[in-house]
Design a protein around this ligand. Structure first.
Ligand code: GTP
Ligand code: MG
Length: 797
């Protein structure tokens, strides 16, 4: 991203340049214009206007900052108020333009994730794909930058992280028991074991699996590992990079020997980041993330897997059309995505059904209900089936989301939850036209998302900057009314009262979860044996399960690999509690407006409004003629402080949500450790026994109740955190607002011109929004009038 920011920074922007000339009049084809080639004209203009607004705001802030610094530069002590201003200005100047929007493609192996990314970025065969075996071996992030080159960064596990994995792999392979022939066979078929051997052999060569941990520490890896733990590849052409990258990404066959040297570092790869040159098709600021499989045995990689899912603001669950109904893996992935909405930042889940071209016409016609108009061609059949699937899956997915998420979640309002795509037909167009492959639709989804985010972010940024300029300017205003202090202390009392009310409201809001938690705990107590039993039984009995179970215990109840479905005992036995609390939990942390007082944010909003109202009221009563600036600033600044709170809450949400499983995992740790030590005859059965007994004992001693308490405790902590933060910031602000009278006032540099400029920028926010609506309206109108109706007029050049 550094390069990206550089490019933005280099753009010359005289502040007084006329801001919103029609783009048609200014045919300057700068890099900036090029960057939005991915957008149809209407969206291009809106994005460009928002970017201009933002960079000019930054410029004004920077000028103000410099002036302030100059005026206090030689002072021995800088008044607190000025310090506050300087820090706030700097924080705003350094704020990144837009956090990247991560779009996660999440799906079982072979579902077509990598093929889909290739189609979206219009680079056939760029990422490796395979029809035969598991293909993508690690998380791959694809974005476009502003440089001409293709670049990839391969991030490796750190030395420490690898040592930790090595220790576990060695433990897993350590065989102290005497095995019978049958057990020997079972041992050899164990998936966890196979994977462990494979990783060691890949990195250290044959025979590594027989070495002890200490010996492995001394062994020299075959591949070249740079000290920075990042391998950077560069290329002029897509194909060139694709070839270089292939063996890092592609899963290597087991038992394979020799092959490319690059592949030898495969067990160490944590993440691959690919940056394309300015892309025609994915705009800068968007990152497509190929998330293969269901996690990893290595804790660090597994954590990355979870975190990657959680940082996605859009998740596409990718499913092969032939597996979309009834597949267990598909359901698991869907559930995981919905969990990501609870834990993380995800606001947008969609189901992307792939390979819609796969249709056997005679079979389809026979299965199809009679009575509908006759279907003649493959194309008609595919399109009809797409419609049917959309209707069906849309309904199912919506119902599922409704059960898990609060009723007014944004994602439930989305009209399109299901896409039916064909990456193959996108290239071949033998049966379907480009539009019908729905790849363009996915691109549009991406663009809309980016535009929304940009609009939201710039609006907030400009408003915040305006507030700061107001205050800076007011420092240079005329002296204050003599009875100023009186009002300030009144305001202080008012704020204290309001904070108490806020605390009460938060308590009431969190109280909603108490009952479902209780019911959940009861359900968990009555069903944990059955759930645990199901987790510990494999369809093939103990065959091939021995080391996997050991791996589960070594990892405190969690085992994830590329080949098996994820096993998480802690999550499984707490699921009945989650089933009860999910909608309530989602409700507490939902963004947007409340309906019944169960959500947290509206209470904070109400607090904010009451404060702002009070300020206005005081202002009117006292005829704050000169101080309208100050009042406005306080109002703005209250929004800024409380806006920061929202992010704080979002970050805490994950810990709180996971507190149930974390608590259970902690309680069961001794039992897992005991089980992991078991060796010798019938080790698998004995391990299971230890786990069963351990869980029984913990449940009897109140494990689920403790988990419940911990979640409630975490919520209390969040409440305390919120009130502490509010108290701290508001008190700084009130001190600041009354500081001029306290002798902290200081003659500052004149920032009148910056203030005027900022006022203008603030006013034009509305103008930009109106322009966007107007242009969209015109486009829709033209589209309706055009006889062909062949999609939106797009200018790709
Ligand atoms: N017929 C058809 N085949 C497709 C389509 N998209 C992908 N495939 C095939 O499906 C197979 C798997 O595709 P990949 O893109 O490798 O799947 P993936 O989800 O990335 O799989 P992993 O990397 O193993 O997780 C390949 O043989 C692709 O050619 C499609 O739209 N139509
Ligand atoms: Mg793949």
């Amino acid at each position: 991203m550094a390069e990206t920011e550089d490019c933005v920074g280099q753009e010359p922007h005289p502040v007084d340049e006329d801001l919103f000339q029609e783009p048609m009049k200014k045919r300057r084809r700068s890099d900036r214009d090029q960057r939005f080639r991915a957008f149809p004209t209407v969206e291009q203009s809106a994005l460009r206007e928002y970017e201009k607004l933002e960079s000019r705001t930054r410029r004004v802030l920077s000028n103000t900052y410099q002036k302030l610094l100059q005026s206090v530069f030689l002072d021995d002590s800088i008044p607190n108020g000025i310090k506050y201003l300087i820090n706030r200005l700097l924080a705003l100047i350094e704020k990144p333009p837009l956090d990247p929007i991560y779009i996660g493609l999440f799906g079982s192996t072979g579902a077509g994730k990598s093929s889909l990314i290739n189609a979206i970025i219009q680079q056939a065969m760029f990422l490796p794909v395979s029809g035969e075996s598991i293909c993508t071996s690690c998380i791959v992030q694809v974005r476009s930058g502003c440089c001409e080159q293709y670049e990839a960064k391969i991030h490796l596990l750190s030395d420490q992280e690898w040592k930790e994995e090595l220790k576990n792999l060695a433990k897993l392979l350590h065989r102290t028991e005497e095995l019978g022939r049958e057990e020997e066979d079972a041992w050899n078929k164990d998936e966890a074991l196979e994977e462990a051997i494979w990783k060691l052999q890949m990195l250290y060569g044959h025979g590594a699996e027989k070495k002890s941990y200490e010996e492995l520490l001394r062994a020299k890896p075959k591949g070249r590992i740079p000290p920075s733990r990042v391998i950077t590849l560069k290329a002029e052409e897509a194909e060139e990079l694709s070839v270089k990258l292939d063996s890092y990404i592609r899963t290597q066959r087991r038992g394979w020997d020799g092959g490319p040297a690059e592949a030898q570092v495969w067990p160490l790869i944590k993440l691959v980041e690919v940056t394309l040159p300015k892309s025609e098709l994915i705009p800068e600021g968007v990152v497509l993330v190929d998330i293969p499989g269901t996690g990893d045995f290595n804790s660090k990689r597994d954590e990355m897997w979870r975190k990657t899912i959680d940082k996605c603001s859009v998740i596409w669950v990718i499913s092969d059309i032939e597996r979309v109904s009834g597949g267990r893996a598909h359901e698991d992935l869907l559930n995981e995505s919905i969990k990501a909405c609870q834990r993380g930042f995800c606001r947008d889940v969609a189901l992307v059904v792939t390979k819609t071209d796969k249709l056997h016409l005679p079979e389809y016609l026979r299965e199809r209900k009679v009575g509908n108009p006759a279907i003649q061609s493959q194309r008609e059949a595919v399109l009809e089936r797409n419609e049917t699937i959309k209707l069906q899956r849309n309904k199912i997915l919506k119902e599922k989301l409704k059960r898990k998420l609060p009723a007014d979640s944004k994602v439930l309002e989305l009209s399109e939850l299901v896409y039916t795509v064909s990456a193959q037909e996108y290239w071949q167009q033998a049966v379907l036209a480009e539009e019908e492959t729905e790849i363009p639709k996915l691109r549009e989804h991406i663009r809309r998302r980016l535009l929304d985010e940009k609009r939201r972010m710039v609006t907030k940024y400009v408003a915040e900057a305006f507030g700061l300029l107001l205050l800076t300017d007011s420092f240079n205003g005329p002296d204050h009314l003599p009875n100023e202090h009186l009002h300030m202390s009144g305001l202080r009392r008012f704020v204290e009262e309001r904070i108490q009310l806020l605390e009460k409201a938060i308590d009431q809001c969190f109280a909603h979860i108490a009952r479902p938690l209780q019911v959940g705990v009861r359900n968990a107590r009555s069903s944990y044996r059955r759930i645990l039993g199901a987790c510990l039984v494999r369809s093939r009995g103990n065959q091939g399960f021995h080391q996997t179970l050991k791996a589960v215990c070594l990892k405190n109840g969690i085992y994830a690999s590329r080949t098996l479905a994820r096993i998480d005992l802690n999550e499984a036995i707490t699921q009945p509690i989650y089933d009860q609390i999910d909608p309530i939990f989602g409700g507490i942390f939902r963004p947007g407006k409340p309906t019944d007082g169960s959500a947290l944010m509206p209470h904070i909003d109400a607090f904010k409004h009451s404060l702002q109202e009070k300020m206005t009221e005081i202002g009117i009563r006292n005829g704050w003629k000169y101080d309208s600036c100050k009042k406005n600033f306080l109002i703005q600044e209250i929004s800024a402080i409380l806006g920061g709170l929202e992010e704080h809450i979002l970050r805490k949400k994950r810990r709180i949500y996971e507190s149930l499983t974390t608590s259970v995992q902690n309680d069961l740790k001794p039992c897992y450790e005991e089980a992991a030590q078991i060796t010798g005859k019938k080790a698998c059965e004995r391990m299971k026994d230890v786990i069963r007994r351990g869980v029984d004992q913990q449940v009897a001693e109140g494990m689920f109740e403790r988990a419940q308490e911990r979640m409630q405790h975490q919520l209390q902590q969040l409440k305390n955190g919120i009130t502490e933060k509010v108290k701290g910031s508001i008190s700084t602000m009130l001190t600041l607002a009354s500081s001029q009278g306290d002798g902290l006032y200081k003659e500052l540099a004149d920032v009148k011109s910056e203030y005027k400029e900022m006022e203008k920028l603030h006013r034009s926010l509305r103008e930009v929004a109106e322009n966007a609506v107007l242009r969209r309206g015109m486009q829709d109108f033209l589209l309706r009038m055009s006889p062909s109706k062949a999609g939106p007029p797009q200018t790709w050049t």
